[in-house]
Design a protein. Structure first.
Ligand SMILES: CC(C)(COP(=O)(O)OP(=O)(O)OC[C@H]1O[C@@H](n2cnc3c(N)ncnc32)[C@H](O)[C@@H]1OP(=O)(O)O)[C@@H](O)C(=O)NCCC(=O)NCCS
Length: 173
């Protein structure tokens, strides 16, 4: 993706009209078995129990369509103080520039005040993602055997909102 901007770029709430651009990002970011289907994203973009944020990319030179170069989705449950990170992806051409960190940072400002803990599941062998979550203050709390299919183990990680906020501000300092 050309014309990729740096981490200072704006993070905004995703809209239903971002569906195609988010699916294109998913396509670039994940192997087929790890992608969410269109109907899952359509739902995520409409329900009150999800918060989705994106960072815009440049318009495509051929069609002029908008692109999204990074996205994050959180699931909330009424009465729960926990938010579950359901999806996070950065376009391969834009990685290593702090965009994932920027999305998590913006998430802390958008999540309801009552959310005090964050959780997620990730493939145990996904080095970049596990590295990111550890750097953000997440701690492994469970091994999820075969969670992603045969021989594909996951881990659950958790962090307090305060710990993630602290990790982000330590990184800025
Ligand atoms: C994981 C992912 C979201 C990281 O996005 P990113 O924008 O490149 O991450 P950032 O630049 O914000 O990096 C923040 C921190 O994460 C960690 N990190 C990022 N990439 C890493 C890598 N390849 N190896 C180890 N740690 C890494 C580092 O601690 C980094 O901080 P530093 O740059 O100060 O060292 C991105 O690689 C991605 O989209 N991967 C494919 C989709 C995916 O696996 N999503 C997670 C599913 S659970």
């Amino acid at each position: 993706m050309s014309g990729v901007r740096g981490p200072g770029s704006g993070v905004r709430l995703a809209r239903s009209s971002d569906l195609d651009a988010i699916l294109a990002l998913e396509h670039a970011a994940f192997p087929p078995q790890d992608r969410f289907p269109r109907r899952s994203w359509r739902r995520l973009l409409t329900v009150d129990s999800a918060i989705c944020l994106v960072i815009d990319g440049p318009r495509t030179p051929d069609t002029g369509h908008r692109t999204v170069m990074a996205s994050i989705a959180w699931l909330l449950r009424r009465g729960s103080g926990n938010a579950r990170m359901y999806s996070l992806s950065v376009h391969p051409d834009a990685r290593g520039r702090g965009l994932a960190r920027a999305l998590v940072d913006a998430s802390l400002r958008r999540l309801p005040r009552g959310v005090t803990t964050l959780s997620l599941e990730v493939r145990r062998d996904n080095g970049p993602a596990v590295g990111l979550y550890c750097a953000l203050g997440f701690i492994e709390t469970a091994l999820l055997r075969q969670y992603y299919g045969r021989g594909r183990h996951g881990i659950r990680m958790r962090a307090t909102r305060a710990a993630v906020r602290q990790a982000l501000s330590a990184n800025r300092a």
